[in-house]
Design a protein around this ligand. Structure first.
Ligand SMILES: N[C@@H](CCC[C@H](N)C(=O)O)C(=O)O
Length: 273
C-alpha cells in the first residue's frame, strides 16, 4: 500500500498524520497498522495517529469541514487530544485546507474552535467535569491520591512535591477500575509558583509522553480546585517535559489550551509490513 504521511508535534507530543480525505485509503484504520506506524523501531514512531478526514466520510454529524480521527500509539481510540488538535490545525492551514486562521475541528468530543496566532494555537476545549479522588500506585510502589477530571477524556491528577516521585513510568500505574472503567491518563503535578505548575504524564494507550494537552487542562482544573475559588488563577502555565502550554479557565465554564504546533516532515510511504 502506498500513502502519504506527515509528522508533527505539539510540545514534543508527536503524531503521524494520515491524509485520507474521503476515507477510501485507510478504510476502518486497523489498530495493528496504527501500532506498527507508531512503533519507534518498526515504524515512523509517534505517540499517536491523526487521520485527516471529513466528518461525512465517517458518518459523523459536525459543523467542521475536517475531522481529527485520533488513535493512540497502541491503536486504541480516544475521544480527544489537545496537542493533536493543534498539530491537526497547523496541517490544515499549511496545506490550504482552511482559508482563515480561525475554524472548527471535528473530534469525537465535539467540534473545537481553533485560533491560530503565529506559532501559538489556542483551542476552546469546551466544558469539563470533575469528580472525587481515588488512589494511583506507581510501579515503584508510591500510592498517591488523584483527582478525577474529564476534559473530553479521563484523567487522574496526583499532586507531588517532586516530579521524580512518579518514578520511571515505564509501566502504567495502578488505578481504580471502578472509577475509570475505560482506562485513564495519569498526571503527576508539582507546584512551581502561583498559577504555575509542572507535570509528567502516563497516557492511556501511549505510555509516558513528553506532553499531554487534555492532561495539562486537567492539571490546571485540579490546581484551581485545590487553590479554591478566591485564590484560583485565571490562567495556569503548565510546564511539561517537552515545553510549556497555557491553560485558561473562562467564566463560561470552558477550558482553553494554548501552545505551539509544528509539522516537521512529510513523505510518501510504501508500507511493506
Ligand atoms: N496526548 C493527548 C491525549 C491523547 C489521548 C489519551 N492518550 C487518551 O487515551 O485519552 C493530548 O494532548 O491531549
Amino acid at each position: 500500500m502506498t500513502f502519504s504521511w506527515l509528522k508533527g508535534h505539539g510540545t514534543e507530543n508527536d503524531f503521524v498524520l494520515l491524509p485520507d480525505h474521503d476515507g477510501s485509503l485507510h478504510g476502518e484504520l486497523d489498530a495493528q497498522f496504527v501500532a506498527a506506524l507508531c512503533d519507534r523501531r518498526r515504524g515512523i514512531g509517534a505517540d499517536g495517529v491523526l487521520r485527516v478526514i471529513t466528518p461525512a466520510a465517517l458518518g459523523i454529524d459536525s459543523d467542521a469541514a475536517w475531522f481529527m480521527d485520533y488513535r493512540n500509539a497502541d491503536g486504541s481510540i480516544s475521544e480527544m487530544c489537545g496537542n493533536g488538535v493543534r498539530v491537526f490545525a497547523r496541517h490544515l492551514l499549511e496545506e490550504g485546507l482552511v482559508s482563515d486562521d480561525e475554524f472548527l475541528v471535528g473530534t469525537r468530543d465535539g467540534d473545537k474552535r481553533v485560533v491560530v496566532d503565529g506559532d501559538q494555537i489556542r483551542v476552546d476545549m469546551g466544558d469539563y467535569v470533575t469528580g472525587g479522588t481515588s488512589k494511583v500506585t506507581t510501579a515503584e510502589g508510591a500510592t498517591l491520591e488523584a483527582r478525577e477530571v474529564h476534559t473530553g477524556n479521563p484523567h487522574a491528577v496526583a499532586f507531588v512535591d517532586d516530579l521524580s516521585s512518579a518514578g520511571a513510568l515505564l509501566s502504567e500505574p495502578e488505578f481504580d477500575r471502578s472509577v475509570y472503567p475505560e482506562g485513564v491518563n495519569i498526571e503527576f503535578v508539582a507546584r512551581r509558583a502561583h498559577g504555575h505548575v509542572a507535570m509528567r504524564v502516563h497516557e492511556r494507550g501511549s505510555g509516558e509522553t513528553r506532553s499531554c494537552g487534555t492532561g495539562a487542562c486537567a492539571v490546571a482544573i485540579a490546581t484551581a480546585l485545590a487553590d479554591g475559588q478566591d485564590a484560583a488563577a485565571p490562567r495556569y502555565r503548565v510546564d511539561v517535559p517537552g515545553g510549556t502550554v497555557l491553560v485558561d479557565l473562562t467564566s463560561d465554564g470552558h477550558v482553553h489550551l494554548t501552545g505551539p504546533a509544528v509539522i516537521v516532515a512529510s513523505g510518501t510511504m510504501e508500507w511493506r509490513a
